[in-house]
Design a protein around this ligand. Sequence first.
Ligand code: KIV
Ligand code: NA
Length: 279
Amino acid sequence: KQALNIVKMKKMKQDGEKLTMVTAYDYPSASLAEAASVDMILVGDSLGNVVQGQETTIPVTIDDMVYHTLSVRRGATHTFVVADLPFMTYHGSIDETMRNVRRLMQEGLAHAIKMEGGMEICLAVESIVKAGVPVIGHIGLTPQSLNQIGGYRIQGKTAEDARRLLEDAKALERAGAFAIVLELVTEEVAAEISKQLTIPTIGIGAGRFCDGQVLVYHDILKYDPNYRDKKFVKTFADIGAQIRQGLEEYVSEVKSGQFPAQQHVFTADENVIPELYGR
Ligand code: KIV
Ligand code: NA
């Protein structure tokens, strides 16, 4: 099966077909996302929170993103993979921005990149698009600017805020972005932006009328041991509890001598089949 491309994604919006996106950070999560036929995988800098255990996405580096993106690509060989440009990697010179984009594409093997911000990043977006790299914009709650926003606030509440979000979305579309993530935006404003753009919107906590949805892997599967309920998230499986239960049983069976059992041991006339190791 062929990976989706940005031409088909625009067509999906016209046809009213929803786009599905989920984050993944490594080989197994990417393999499972691909097996589930997700349209796009996002290697989000949310890995700072859910993989590295940090408070925010701000400490995530371009090296981290390259490492995780390449791991994801090994697990998902037939899915469109988008990598986040992390904090402060696209705000200096265009040269520096392009160097970071080059790394995500050539070393991480991403198909596209995502970056946070509106009008203020449009010059960078244009340069990246001109180089042949598809770009997803990201507006609303932008976690890399958390210290400026002052917390996880819902965006688009006032008329002025709503107007600014719409202008940012239009500017990103003009700059050549092929899609825009809307994070923590009121349903009404997200619906209006989705209506006015020809490129698809991908919502997270942005209501029912976006052209697609994205959520964090660890959130929808309750994989994060410190998971706190978020109104916009739905739990589709509780793998955290299952993992913990499995690990507890392993510990208990080793302690009691129940594992390993007779079927797990080797005798002198057996050989370990090398193919059982590695891949
Ligand atoms: O890093 C991330 O996971 C994201 C999504 C939540 C949109 O940017
Ligand atoms: Na992100």
